[in-house]
Design a protein around this ligand. Structure first.
Ligand SMILES: Cc1cc2nc3c(=O)[nH]c(=O)nc-3n(C[C@H](O)[C@H](O)[C@H](O)COP(=O)(O)OP(=O)(O)OC[C@H]3O[C@@H](n4cnc5c(N)ncnc54)[C@H](O)[C@@H]3O)c2cc1C
Length: 387
């Protein structure tokens, strides 16, 4: 086996990070007091509230690491980390802006045209522009290189035809980043000939159909592109570089606190519900184990944030965080069910029982979205030199 050491460096702690955390907490307390949101598990996927995203934008809490001339605050990856962490822990409805803040914005910053950056990034940062992720297709999920959506050069731009599946939040997004085949894979191998486009979702020929998941929420969609014309400027980065760009986004997509905190709000409620009660040794050990694992996962995830801040692309470390983190957030619900058997539905008046019941219906998706755990294990094995 190749001698590989995983790298999860402790971040440099800037005192302004803690001040920012307190500001975000105070804002969230105020929002809750005024009844502006009800805490939910999986809030970064199921909690869609454009008004809430706009409020965060007004406070300057979206796109915080981007240059000021594009609407950002020029803060560090750690500042961004504490904002996302506080929002998740509070179970706030953050899905509307999540993908644009996490990966489409950074992609536009890196690969977009200057006019795209000037036009779109400030709107994302203001919480007024949302972007969906158009990677998966019917028959093409883990094996993304097999995408069938194609784009052909035409009339000063491109014409795109195909179907994207599971596109989270597309129904409220203005744009989708679409991975399409622009050249045959015969010559350069199957990862060649793919290009990413930024497609306005109000273009003629785009239709979006909501898909209801088993929790009853329609947060993802099937999006059809029927000979959709986009301008030459819609190309993100270089033609044929789509594969490298998509894989370059993966560390951003896989390592954040949303990969282990999706059900934290239920754990916190549970701890509150038993505060002051005499706990059995088994209950204490169960809760202690869960809390200890959160600390370990948080250290690993912060380590990846530090590497991103240094300009590295720690794909293997990010895959590890996602594999361990998503199984952990599922396990929280399994352990809590031992103490609070789920006997009521998500509309229960009891907040903890409602959270547990909703989580039970949502948790199977945690180890699928953003790359399944089997696929992640393949990436980790390759990083270890095992395949
Ligand atoms: C809640 C949710 C939100 C999502 N949001 C988006 C989105 O916004 N945009 C988007 O593009 N996609 C999105 N997805 C799609 C997601 O990325 C895919 O579901 C995922 O990549 C798996 O692809 P698939 O569903 O086609 O399964 P498949 O790729 O068909 O996999 C089926 C099974 O085979 C296994 N498998 C496949 N290949 C291998 C391999 N090489 N080694 C071992 N096992 C393998 C998988 O692990 C899985 O168990 C979302 C999914 C969910 C659940």
């Amino acid at each position: 086996m190749q001698n590989i050491r995983f790298n999860f460096p402790a971040p440099d702690v800037d005192p302004t990070v803690e001040t920012l955390r307190q500001d975000v907490r105070a804002f969230l307390r105020g929002e809750r007091r005024q009844g502006h949101f009800r805490p939910g598990t999986d809030c970064w996927c199921a909690g869609i509230d454009p008004d809430f995203s706009r409020k965060l934008g007004q406070r300057g809490w979206i796109g915080v690491t981007w240059p000021k001339r594009y609407g950002g605050q020029e803060l560090s990856a750690l500042h961004r980390y504490v904002i996302t962490e506080e929002l998740l822990v509070a179970g706030a409805p953050v899905h509307a802006h999540w993908i644009a803040d996490r990966q489409s914005g950074p992609l536009i910053l890196k690969c977009g045209t200057e006019s795209m950056r000037r036009d779109i990034l400030p709107r994302i940062a203001a919480g007024e522009c949302f972007i969906a992720l158009g990677l998966s297709e019917p028959g093409s999920g883990s094996d993304l290189a097999s995408v069938k959506t194609r784009a052909e050069k035409a009339d000063g731009g491109w014409r795109i035809t195909g179907t994207k599946l599971w596109s989270s939040g597309a129904q409220i997004c203005q744009y989708m980043t679409v991975l399409a085949r622009t050249a045959s894979s015969d010559a350069g191998g199957r990862h060649a000939g793919l290009t990413q486009f930024l497609v306005p979702l109000d273009s003629a020929g785009v239709s979006i159909r909501g898909i209801r998941d088993m929790s009853g929420v329609e947060h993802f969609n099937e999006t059809h592109f029927d000979d959709v014309w986009v301008s030459e400027d819609a190309v993100l980065g270089a033609e044929g570089e789509g594969w490298q760009q998509v894989t370059g986004e993966l560390a951003l997509e896989r390592s954040g606190p949303e990969r282990f905190l999706s059900t934290f709000v239920a754990l916190e409620q549970a701890c509150g519900a038993i505060a002051g009660e005499e706990l059995t040794d088994h209950q204490l050990a169960t809760l202690g184990r869960l809390l200890a694992r959160i600390r370990a996962l948080r250290s690993m995830s912060l380590g990846v944030a530090s590497l991103l801040q240094q300009g590295q692309s720690p794909d293997v470390e990010a895959a590890l965080v996602k594999d361990l983190g998503t199984r952990f957030e599922q396990e929280i619900i399994e352990r809590l069910r031992e103490f609070w058997p789920i006997t009521q539905g998500p509309d229960s008046d009891n907040e903890l029982r409602a959270l547990l019941s909703d989580s039970l219906l949502r948790q199977p998706s945690f180890t699928l979205r953003g790359g399944t755990n089997e696929v992640l294990k393949g990436i980790i094995a390759r990083g270890l030199g095992l395949r």
